[in-house]
Design a protein around this ligand. Sequence first.
Ligand code: CP3
Length: 341
Amino acid sequence: MTHKPLLATVLGERQERPPIWIMRQAGRYLPEYRETRTKAKNFLELCYTPDLAVEVSLQPLRRFDLDAAILFSDILVIPDALGQSVRFETGEGPILDPVSVASISGLGKEKDPLEHLAPVLETVRRLRAAIAPAQTLIGFCGSPWTVATYMIGGRGSTDQAAARLFALRHQEAFTALIDVLVQTSVNYLVAQLEAGADVVQLFESWALNLDDDAFTSHVIEPNRRIVEGVRARIPDAPIIGFPRGAAGNLARYAAETGVNALGLDYATPLDFARTLSPHLPVQGNLDPLRLVAGGAQMDARIDAIIASFADRPHIFNLGHGIVPETPIEHVARLVNRVKNG
Ligand code: CP3
């Protein structure tokens, strides 16, 4: 038994009211984030400076009665740690020098990736000490396919065509890339759990646009291997999987990867989600734009989501990350409604 309601829910215990955290809860919708952000010369430096990363991780907890802190970092620190050039341009998102068939075998060879990520692990240790005992500390990484889409395409895209084609044309190199990502992610998540994370989340943000064979090889298998690899070193490690866009593959993802809890995107119908195994903890799934618009439509949808999952372990969250234009008062209203009805 744990006295952390969010962790307990991941482990399968239904709560009277759902615990809540918000994907991307530290970020640009908060003026204090924008202020702290100016103290780092770029976004990755913000992620690698424990003083600043701890500060921004704690900012949403000072404003709202949230049940979890999430480590402030990014899914693209892994390619950076593997030696690929990664930068964040304001207004453009991440830009990477794309990997090639020839460059993949050199990834992670120059420097131990965990050594590069040591400041992030230091942030986890400090957060552990800073948060209240009832709050859950969430660590995370990107799932291999999602990270690979950025490494291959060099930037975000709507259809991941570059990565999908690369996987078809250069099967061996693609497999080698997924292998190095699985191995690095296992080591990184184990290190986060050892540094004090209670739970880790696998962000598979691009689980869409894949046929079912590709979904099996690109999404299910690598996520399953990470779960297995982490649990080989930390038995029973609590893991949330968030395969955004998995749609008809959701139940299979949950059953075959072995994650404890399943993150639902906002396009997942509530009636469909209710057909998932009744003991499976679910997380989600308010449309972030409902939070931007606020008011009666938001309240009604919050209530519908809570009612849908009243009979199973449920963690309230958005169905994808909070967006910068979100009014802070709407976030306060959301948290209050989830916690107090
Ligand atoms: O509060 C938290 O949730 C913790 C921090 C966190 C960030 N990114 C900080 C961030 C987490 C968990 C992520 C995950 C992440 N990063 C994902 C998966 C989740 C998702 O939204 O699908 C992905 C795909 C990325 C890659 C990434 N990082 C992109 C595409 C971008 C640019 C677009 C955008 O939303 O800004 C980032 C930058 C980023 N990561 C910011 C933050 C706060 C904004 C950068 C800034 O302040 O300039």
